[in-house]
Design a protein around this ligand. Structure first.
Ligand code: NAD
Length: 256
């Protein structure tokens, strides 16, 4: 059980981050939810998780595109034992038309934020004598597709950052790994469907089957509960010697 551990999950008021927060709470961890908004519903989401699983659940606003706010999230948490770097955005366009602002935002949120949160969390983990860093990369951290240059660069980058973090903590009771999901039906993926329909000139069902799940041999989306379960496993004693690697949850995508 993760009783007494505190987990920070970046970008966790929706989708995979929320699913991971719920599974960590189910396993007994106190959780800190995060996004860049500060709405009543964000705090209510945390309160609901706290009530459902009998843990302490808080929501802390921090914009993961800003280094100072990434570090402040860890400081405000006070004693982060489990850090899940999950916040992420996507933009689909050919490289020669890719807006520089989108490139910069994707690199900042999907990659650089993990540098800042990890840098802030490691001293606390060392002081407390235990730690887990779980970076949510992607099948696109190991393979590429056209029109997603910034995302794929950031995801390959976070796989590299995970390996380096693992080596710098190798002799300590701290591990760092990257989870590489294939397609998971979340708001982020839902939002890509119209762009993909336009780019490929296809209807919705054809995009889902022939574009999105074309490379997912199982022909099924992975679920947020499965990603939460994988994260809980990486936090378990069984996973204490698993560090500096990637775990694919992709229905066979990277076996192709
Ligand atoms: P989502 O859009 O549902 O969730 C993204 C989360 O990040 C939200 O909570 C959002 O509020 C938060 N976020 C966005 N910008 C932020 C910022 N500036 N500061 C703080 N939080 C911010 O998407 P998702 O599908 O759940 O994606 C979560 C992670 O999983 C991302 O890193 C994504 O790249 C990765 N991923 C998703 C899939 C998939 O198929 N859905 C596959 C592989 C990897």
């Amino acid at each position: 059980s993760l009783n007494g551990k505190t987990a920070v999950i970046t970008g966790s008021n929706s989708g995979i981050g929320l699913g991971i927060a719920r599974e960590l709470a189910r396993a007994g961890a106190d959780v800190v939810l995060n996004s860049f908004t500060d709405r009543d519903e964000d705090h209510a989401l945390a309160a609901g998780i706290g009530k459902e699983f009998g843990v302490t659940a808080r929501y802390i606003k921090a914009d993961m595109s800003r280094g100072d706010e990434c570090r402040a999230l860890i400081e405000q948490t006070g004693g982060c034992d489990i850090l899940v770097n999950n916040a992420g955005i996507q933009h689909v366009a050919p490289i020669d038309e890719f807006p520089t602002k989108k490139w910069d935002a994707i690199i900042a949120i999907n990659l650089t934020s993990a540098f800042h949160t990890t840098a802030a969390a490691l001293p606390e983990m060392r002081a407390r004598g235990w730690g887990r860093v779980v970076n949510i990369a992607s099948a696109h951290g190991l393979t590429a597709s056209p029109y997603k240059s910034a995302y794929i660069a950031a995801k390959h980058g976070i796989v590299g950052l995970s390996k380096t973090t693992a080596l710098e903590t190798a002799e300590e009771p701290i591990t760092c790994n990257a989870i590489c999901p294939g397609y998971v039906l979340t708001p982020l993926v839902e939002a890509q469907i119209p762009d993909q329909m336009k780019a490929h000139g296809m209807d919705r069902d054809t995009v889902v089957r022939d574009v999105m799940l074309a490379r997912q041999p199982s022909k099924q989306f992975a679920t947020v509960e499965q990603l939460g379960g994988t994260t809980v496993f990486l936090c378990s004693d069984a996973a204490a010697q698993i560090t500096g690697t990637t775990i694919s949850v992709d229905g066979g995508w990277t076996a192709l």
